[in-house]
Design a protein around this ligand. Structure first.
Ligand SMILES: [Zn+2]
Length: 91
C-alpha cells in the first residue's frame, strides 16, 4: 500500500529526500513524528550525473495547491521514494 512519506526519506537510488517547504502535517515514523513530503521537495542523488532534482508527488491529498508525496513517487532523476509513514497526523 502507498502511504505518505516522512522526511528525510530514502530513494531507490540511495539518495535522500529533504524538506523544502513549510506546512503542519506530520507523520509517524520510527516511533517519532516527522514532517511529510510534498511536491517539489529536493532529492539529493548519489548516482553520477543525477545531482539534485525534485520529487513529482502524485498524492491523494492536496494542501493548498501542493500534492503530498506518496511511497513510489518519482524524482527528477528517475529514483522512486521508498520510505513510508506509519501514521498521519495534523497539528
Ligand atoms: Zn538518481
Amino acid at each position: 500500500m502507498r502511504s505518505l512519506v516522512p522526511l528525510p526519506a530514502m530513494s531507490s537510488h540511495g539518495g535522500r529526500l529533504f524538506r523544502c517547504s513549510s506546512h503542519n502535517v506530520v507523520v509517524g515514523y520510527g516511533g517519532g513524528n516527522r514532517p511529510c513530503s510534498v511536491y517539489g521537495d529536493l532529492h539529493c542523488c548519489p548516482r553520477k550525473h543525477h545531482g539534485v532534482t525534485r520529487v513529482f508527488s502524485s498524492g491523494f491529498a492536496i494542501a493548498g495547491n501542493r500534492r503530498f508525496t506518496l511511497t513510489y513517487d518519482h524524482c527528477g532523476c528517475g529514483a522512486r521514494i521508498l520510505t513510508r509513514a506509519a501514521n498521519t497526523y495534523c497539528g
